[in-house]
Design a protein around this ligand. Sequence first.
Ligand SMILES: [Zn+2]
Length: 203
Amino acid sequence: MSKCDIIQKDTGYACKRCAKVWAVGSGARECSMDHLMVDLETLGNGPRSVITQIGACYFNMDGEVGAKFEANINIQSALDVGLIIDGDTIKWWFDQPNPTWLKDTDKIVKVLSRFGQFCHGVKHVWSHATFDMPIIFNAYRECDVKIPFHYRTPRDIRTLTWLHGGDYKELKKRFPQENKHDALSDCLHQVKYVSHCYKDIKK
Ligand SMILES: [Zn+2]
């Protein structure tokens, strides 16, 4: 556990990670939200892929969720900085119902800057690390925006679930999900089974 990461809001103070709000004058609080879950929606599988959506949430290993982040990226702005699209992924997206990343998009540089502020100082960054991490590191480099987390912080979901044992697909099915292939919804789903596996292993 660490102390809450306090930011000033219009209405008082809030912790950047656990999203708890309080009035001026109360002391520093213990914060359990040391972990960040990250998920990307992309137009390719390779490290130079266009990112269309970034989802993230702070969480702890009791499966509680803190502050959330979701932003959609303008595809042309990603192409303009040199990111690429893969034909097979486009074909795959045509078979997915109602992608949530088409509306309310922002330029990639703006989204990466905002996401950088959101996750600055985080200790453990969870994702499907061999997929999401190379893509997001590359996007930060191409946009010339400072990469917001240290190379020592990534934690891999697949390694954890492999250590836990059992079938990965079966494990995911045990925890229901609302909106598949929406980055934030995927994050909330991943928090459920990551915290479950972590607790099982730590027993
Ligand atoms: Zn906090």
